[in-house]
Design a protein around this ligand. Sequence first.
Ligand SMILES: [Mg+2]
Length: 199
Amino acid sequence: MTPTADRAAVGFDLDMTLVDSRPVSRRALECLVEEHGHDLDVEMLMAAYGLPLSQWLAPGTDSELFRALQQQDVSDVVAMPGAFTAVDAARQAGHRVVVVTAAPSALAATMLQAVGLRVDVLRADVWAAGKVQPLRDERCWAFIGDHADDMQAARDAGTIAIGVSSGTSPPYGADVDLGSLERFPAWLISQEAANARPT
Ligand SMILES: [Mg+2]
C-alpha cells in the first residue's frame, strides 16, 4: 500500500509508543495502596503495563479513582525516544498525525500537552478492535503501536501495521517491526523513495 490522497494520515498509538506514562501510573497505584487501602501488587502490575484498564486492574479496584490519580500526576509523563522526530517526519511527508488510544480523551490530551507533542486528531477511549473504525475514519495509511492488538487493528483497518518494541509485550503481527520509533523517519523516507521509483 502507498500513501494516496485518500490515505494521507499516519496513526500512532499513545502509551508506550509516543509517551511513557509508567511514572504516572506507578504513582497512582502507590497512592491507591498507601492512601486508599487497595491491596495491589504494584510491581506485578507494572510488569504487565499496557493492557486495557479493565483487564489490568483487579476487579473491585476503583478505576475511576485510578484515572483521577493519573490525571493529578500527569506532568510525570515523558515522551518516548524518537516521538518528536517521528511525528515531524510524518507531518513533513504530508501526513496528518492521528493518535488512536485506549486512554480517556482528557487524560490523553493532557499527556500530549505535558510532553509538548502536537497532533492533528485525537481518537481516545478505544482499544484492540475498537481502533479499527477510527483508523478507517481518519484514513490512516499506517498505524504504529507497541502491542499485538494494535497490529491486528491496523491490519483489519487496511493500514500498514508498524510495530515498535517499547511496550511490555512484542508487537506480534506487525507488517514492519521497527524495534524503535527512532527508526520511523528513515523507514518513511525509504517508502517515499520506493514509491517515487518508476515501475
Ligand atoms: Mg500502547
